[in-house]
Ligand binder design. Structure first.
Ligand code: CMP
Length: 224
């Protein structure tokens, strides 16, 4: 029963859309569905790896920390995305920690199963490569942001990255705590608060009920 359910979930995952029925069978047999509450570490930086994961629902952050416990958020990943594949591919320790930002549902695919299916399916290899390339592009963008933009520009870039178009307006729907923004751009929480206040007073952003933010078009002048 669990096996059939796993197969049904995996069939809906874009990463596995190219697999044949028999290949999907094999992946389902080596996978398990898991659900975790907010704040749970799913993979820990530096540890050995046993599985890769597909996020079926919820959001999680990818972060690294130094020996003093200072943290930097590398990315926030959402439903349909995968993680934990890097250490399976190069057999090195986990490159970062992945921590749930809300209740999350995952499919954990075992190391051997993942490696076997990669060898069997060039289409899956291409899909994984596309994911890695997209991440590299995003990392390039982040390096540019950190190297070339001042703190207003960095905050503007994060807000624009996390926004979506709603009825013609750019809106940050999910509450984005100042502390989390600070960890993404290498600034203090206090500095981010000051910048956000400034952006609000000058009419670049408009706070709405429930922590949502409407971004005015002129906000993009900070990143151009
Ligand atoms: P792995 O190294 O196995 O464990 C940590 C995971 O975090 C890693 O695999 C990737 O899946 C993911 N990860 C690492 N760096 C980034 C990044 N810059 N953007 C998105 N995900 C990342």
């Amino acid at each position: 029963m669990a096996h059939e359910e796993n197969k049904a979930f995996l069939r809906r995952v874009p990463l596995f859309s190219s697999l044949t029925e028999a290949q999907l069978e094999g992946v389902a047999a080596g996978s398990a569905r898991r659900s975790y509450p907010r704040g749970r570490t799913i993979v820990a930086e530096g540890e050995a790896s046993q599985s890769m994961y597909i996020l079926l629902a919820g959001r999680a952050k990818v972060q690294r920390s130094d020996s003093e416990g200072k943290e930097v958020i590398l990315a926030v990943i959402g439903s349909g995305e995968f993680f934990g594949e890097m250490s399976l591919i190069d057999d090195a320790p986990r490159s970062a920690s992945v921590i749930t930002l809300e209740t999350c549902e995952f499919m954990a695919v075992g190391k051997d199963t993942f490696k076997t299916i990669l060898m069997q399916s060039p289409e899956l290899c291409m899909a994984v490569m596309r994911g890695l390339v997209r991440r590299l592009r995003e990392a390039d963008m982040k390096i540019e942001t950190l190297a070339l933009l001042d703190v207003y520009g960095r905050v503007a870039r994060v807000l624009l990255d996390f926004s979506e178009l709603v009825n013609g307006e750019r809106v940050v729907r999910n509450k984005l705590p100042r502390q989390e923004i600070a960890k993404m751009i290498g600034a203090s929480r206090e500095m981010v608060s000051r910048v956000m206040k400034g952006l609000e007073i000058d009419g670049y952003i408009v706070p709405m009920a429930g922590g949502q933010l409407v971004l005015r078009e002129k906000l993009s002048t900070y990143i151009s």
